[in-house]
Design a protein around this ligand. Structure first.
Ligand SMILES: Cc1ncc(COP(=O)(O)O)c(C=O)c1O
Length: 419
């Protein structure tokens, strides 16, 4: 014990850096999460955090559900115990019905309960990606998915749909040149984080056709799918695929769902819905990772889902629709003509594109120090180094007056930008 450690320099980085596995080099701090730590000052209007509005949390119902579950002796000893890795059968049965309401016919054996959909993404990266393999992702894409996948040392290629010169062969060849294969396409088809955009029906069919040609799975991240404020619901990619291949067990689509945006992220409950074969392998990863999601949280979540899922979703839709409308109205009223933005039909985000010479990372510093308003620079959501003139605005947390005021301040700053 006198050997290596005693010879090592005392600075923390030098002590530990040389000892990490190669994959740790790809584990970078999220720019956004680091940024969020700085924004706790009360006079800043923040459009940065993409988290649900706590005003919507069903606090009393959660508290009552914990009490109910624990006041019954049999239930209490069950939910305070270890549990099966695939998740509470009753909760999985509820999810089976929920998936049916989205057009996905499945059974309990198609569902794995995860600690939020984030854990589902991490498991899928671990199961499907070897170093140098290619993951196809949108530009921009969800930063948390990149974090979940990156420790497997993949390469990213940008998924292009519709009018594009990318052919299936070009994806295949580029992946081979990088020393691996195209392993999956990852998409957030409904009200995406960060863009707010929705993949239209023909885009969904194009993606399924591309995936069939490349013979790859699609990871469908449905985190925001329930939060639609106008327009009509579109079928999940998984439902469209099942309609063509006949059953979920033959489907190439892996659906990641979550209760975080509808009920609460605090219980950390999400799910993967996929073919039984894939779920069987994922259960082994769940076992190795954390044995099971907290049984008590699954029991509480089930009570919430059974008693107030629809009510919560309706409340959230009304609540966020008003905020989205306020943000879009303020953008239209105050932003200079050179600025464009998306028109999300749901979710929590508007994606803003500024003139190419404005760097939003630099702008953020001035926005916080001069205008007391914050956003997330868009650059971090791209895997190819582009997007430096873009930003993500979330309307979920500020009240309506602050949304209007914050957009007005930001617009003035952009108008007067020295670059
Ligand atoms: C697109 C998307 N997917 C997945 C997640 C992870 O959510 P959770 O793990 O709480 O289900 C988020 C969280 O912000 C998200 O925006």
């Amino acid at each position: 014990m006198t050997d290596t450690f005693s010879k090592m320099p005392s600075a923390n980085t030098e002590l530990w850096e040389p000892r990490y596995a190669a994959r740790a080099a790809r584990m970078q701090a999220s720019e956004i999460r680091e940024l969020l730590k700085l924004l706790d000052q009360p006079d800043i209007i923040s459009f940065a955090g993409g988290i649900p509005d706590p005003a919507l949390f069903p606090v009393e119902a959660v508290s009552k559900a914990y009490l109910d579950v624990l006041s019954d002796k049999v239930q209490a000893s069950r939910v305070l115990q270890y549990s099966i890795s695939e998740g509470d059968p009753a909760l999985r049965a509820w999810i089976v019905d929920h998936m049916a309401s989205r057009g996905v016919a499945c059974a309990a054996g198609n569902i794995l309960i995860t600690n939020g959909s984030q854990q589902g993404l991490e498991f899928l990266g671990r199961l499907l990606l070897s170093p140098k393999d290619t993951a196809l992702v949108e530009a921009p894409t969800y930063l948390g998915a990149l974090q979940a996948f990156s420790s497997n040392e993949p390469r990213y290629d940008t998924l292009h749909l519709g009018q594009t010169n990318r052919t299936p062969d070009s994806y295949r060849r580029a992946a081979m040149d990088a020393g691996g294969e195209v392993k999956f396409a990852y998409v957030v088809p409904d009200f995406s984080n960060p863009s707010g955009e929705t993949l239209p029906l023909d885009g969904r069919h194009d993606l399924l056709a591309l995936a069939m040609d490349l013979d790859i799975p699609i990871i469908e991240d449905a985190a925001y799918a329930a939060l639609r404020y106008d327009g009509v619901d579109l079928a999940p990619l998984q439902a469209l695929d099942i309609a063509s291949v006949g059953s979920i067990n033959a489907s190439r689509v892996i659906y990641c769902g979550t209760f975080s945006k509808t009920l609460t992220p605090g219980l950390r409950i999400g799910w993967i819905c996929a073919s039984e074969q894939l779920i069987a392998r994922l259960i082994l990863i769940k076992q190795a990772s954390d044995l099971n999601s907290a049984a008590i949280n699954q029991a509480v979540l089930l009570r919430l889902a059974e008693t107030l899922y629809e009510e919560q979703v309706s409340k959230a839709r009304i609540h966020y629709r008003a905020k989205r409308d306020a943000m879009l109205a303020a953008l239209a009223a105050y932003m200079p003509d050179s600025v464009t933005w998306t028109q999300p039909e749901g979710g929590l985000f508007v994606w803003v594109t500024l003139p190419p010479d404005i760097n939003t990372s630099a702008l953020l510093k001035r926005a916080v120090s001069q205008a007391r308003v914050a956003f997330v620079p868009g650059h971090a959501f791209f895997t190819d180094g582009t997007g430096t003139n873009t930003m993500r605005l979330s309307f979920s947390l500020p009240d309506i007056a602050s949304i209007t005021q914050g957009v007005q301040r930001l617009s003035e700053l952009i108008r007067n930008d020295p670059t």
